[in-house]
Design a protein around this ligand. Sequence first.
Ligand code: ATP
Length: 520
Amino acid sequence: MSTNEDRLKTLIGHAKEYGFVFPSSEIYDGLSATYDYGPYGVELKNNIRRYWWEAMTKLNENIVGLDAAIFMHPLTWKASGHVDAFNDPLIDNKDSKKRYRADVLLEEHVAKYEDKINKEVEKGRKKFGEAFDELQFRATNPNVKRSQERIDAVEGRMKAALEANDLEALRQLIIDEEIKCPVSGTANWTEVRQFNLMFATELGSVSGESSTIYLRPETAQGIFVNFLNVQKSARMKVPFGIAQTGKAFRNEIVARQFVFRMREFEQMEMQFFVKPGTEMQWYESWKAKRIAWHRALGISEEHYRFHDHIKLAHYANAACDIEFKFPMGFKELEGIHSRTDFDLGNHEKLSGKKLRYFDTETNESYVPYVVETSIGLDRMFLAVLSAAYAEEQIPAKEGSSEEGGVRTVLRIPAPLAPVKVAVLPLVKKDGLPEKARAIIDTLKLEHKCQYDEKDSIGKRYRRQDAIGTPYCITVDHETLKDGSVTIRERDSMAQQRVPIEHLARIVGDMVDLRGLLRQL
Ligand code: ATP
């Protein structure tokens, strides 16, 4: 098994054992690609959502919120293009019976050439040291050039095949590139077929064509159909944005990789309405704003990269992804798309209602263009959790309250941590528990606190490390005499003695969400 798979497995095991994520309906052996969030998972998820929501709606006075219904009029999905074009091209391996997305097989194939190039570049960097000129090296090194030519050739054919919806050409490309099934190791492929990803259900008790409705595959359409309601009621002027978080549903075919790809998931989307012709400037500006939002979390730079789309979706004139280095490698975390007037324009056509903005300064009326940022909350959750997970060897030290051995710690950015403070009485008697609870009473209106009196202090520290609690406060006999406690920080394990009155400030400074928002 590859180390990537091992890392993901370890994370899944940890997430289950410590109450972050459980398989859905596990007593019935689970339901594939569906997960439930446990006591700590729901806190982490809420904190990420709050960070996004406040960054959008508090820091931008021209962005307001919405909470639209999951069910929408069926024509919505005709207008959006989802009924006709929300398909994945699928291919099966006849030997392993495994099913793949044809485009993903090809993208992974291209990534192998990219890896080769990167290795070659690293070799060059080592060889030439200071004098290394990466651009020149890429343009002249024969191995790099050969791999780049392969990439361009494959991507060119793939783009043409996808755009022409030519499934046979897509299959031929897989065969020509000698792409094999990772399970069977053979290239015994079926035809490529299209598969619509929307879940359909019936409205009311009558079944039949007319009452078929869909579970929304994206939250965005709830925003588009409410464009004028929001603009008028909140007196918004273009450019302005509407933000929404909520569940979306897709009947994903290849649903593996934990909460990365689920059939029911949550999106955090913001549609920004702009004057036609200004969209590229807003597209660039939202790319910069969104990466800044990620960077404020302090997860190392090398976890992020931008990836421009090769094939633009039916609605876009520019699109990129922010990719994150997940345990399975670099994958899409967030999409930033310039959607033109595709959605509003089609809703106008199908509904027969005008969806125009009247610009009082220029006296013109137009259908705005849209730049959207769309991030999966569950993918963000996985990003935070996987970057946070660490195992460390701690040397046993005489007289230390820390346990020796391996400690598993989640270095979750403090403002997102599920529990902010654990308060631990050294012993279960002598008035220490009461004192600990009194401290919790002073902190609990601000922060999620936890009380724990079981086992040695060292074991209790480990339990808190495993759920990512930034601070542990230990109450001992000294506390009763001089009102001081020990506060221990998760990452450094440094301990200091402080007066109880200072706790609110010390903890507050580090765990306050405002610390993140201030950086934006
Ligand atoms: P992918 O190519 O990985 O299927 P996508 O390009 O279809 O993703 P979008 O339609 O742009 O995704 O959706 C916006 C965001 O929603 C994605 O960046 C991702 O974070 C999230 N998302 C999409 N599909 C899923 C899913 N099945 N499970 C969890 N999150 C998802």
